[in-house]
Ligand binder design. Structure first.
Ligand code: 8YV
Length: 329
């Protein structure tokens, strides 16, 4: 069967698709496939291994009537129309778990970077501006012992909570379904409704998927509830935050700063954001370690091969629904 891999992945992993007897068409350039290129390359495709930079919707499915599986290289799948895939009997899979630690680590990298002005300090030192030491020079905010608000306590949110313990932080969280008391105690976290969490936290870190309910979850009103010296950290999805409102809050110093790995209109930034001192901006690298990206590729390929051979994949998002459809079809 024909498999389209829309981004360059390690040869050792892609080799597994060939070993299984499939023909692989892999996009080899670093820059993502343009929409037209993606549509043109869909002809005859039965398996699609794709990334966040591809919008996978009905128009894509129309080009490949024999498409059986879309294996997403990543845990978040807001760029894939899963309902439409299900309607057409196309299996969609993702790669949960393997990127949890890398993303939680990066969350802490951002917390520390914004609070201790790591990037600003690096620039200052490189540019020869470190000319003396003084007691009141280059002060930041202490992280240890502060309150961290985790919005969304899924796999990554929990991993962030575990790391926060090492910094003796108090951890508040919001979740669709609060945990039981025992589990809260085990994790060292306490439930707070979003408004309270925002008002009480020194660092607010977002770990919710992007859905219609979480779109602009953090807007002008929510930012106005935050403490004037609190920091917002986003390693989840850009559109969870109203970036224009965030820019305004940062400009007016209504919050202390922000550490962002994701943006509302990625890879574009809201004009003005990059001019601010009180932000650290990363290019969506939450899962970007050699170890994690290799595991993601392996898991995506396992999912893809299972789907192509009609077996239950390790991480299918719509396996049961698709089985039901195929059964009827
Ligand atoms: C990936 C991510 O970089 O898994 C996710 O949801 O955002 C990142 O880990 C991206 O999805 C690659 O497709």
């Amino acid at each position: 069967m024909k498999v389209l891999v829309t981004a360059r992945l390690p040869e050792a992993v892609v080799g597994k698709i060939r070993e299984a007897g499939h023909e692989v068409d892999m996009h080899l350039h670093m820059a993502p496939l343009e929409r037209d290129q993606l549509l043109n390359r869909m002809e005859g495709v039965a398996g699609l291994l794709s990334t966040i930079t591809d919008r996978i919707d009905g128009e894509v499915f129309d080009r490949a009537p024999g498409l059986r599986v879309v294996a997403n290289y990543g845990v978040g799948f807001d760029h894939i129309d899963v309902a439409e895939a299900t309607r057409r009997g196309i299996l969609v899979t993702n790669t949960p778990g393997v990127l949890t630690d890398a993303t939680a680590d990066l969350t802490f990298a951002l917390i520390l970077a914004v609070a201790r002005r790591v990037v600003e300090g690096d620039h200052r030192t490189r540019s020869g501006k470190f000319q003396f030491w003084a007691p009141l020079h280059f002060l930041g905010t202490e992280v240890s012992g502060k309150t961290l608000g985790i919005v969304g306590l899924g796999r990554i949110g929990r991993a962030v909570a575990r790391r926060a313990r090492g910094f003796d932080m108090q951890v508040l969280y919001t979740a669709r379904k609060p945990l039981g008391r025992d589990e809260e105690e085990r994790l060292g976290v306490r439930f707070a409704p979003l408004d309270q969490l925002l008002a009480r936290s020194d660092f607010v870190s977002l770990h919710v998927p992007l859905t219609p309910e979480t779109h602009h979850l953090i807007g002008a009103r929510e930012l106005s509830l935050m403490k004037p010296f609190a920091y917002l950290i986003n390693t989840a999805r850009g559109p969870v935050v109203d970036e224009t409102a965030l820019l305004e809050a940062l400009r007016q110093r209504r919050i202390g700063g922000a550490g962002l790995d994701v943006y509302e209109n990625e890879p574009q930034l809201t004009p003005g954001l990059a001019d601010l001192q009180n932000v650290v901006l990363l290019p969506h690298v939450g899962s970007a370690t050699v170890e994690t990206r290799t595991r993601m590729a392996q898991m995506a390929v396992e999912n893809l091969l299972a789907g192509l051979s009609g077996h239950r994949p390790p991480h299918g998002l719509n396996w049961e629904a698709v089985q039901g459809k195929r059964g009827k079809g």
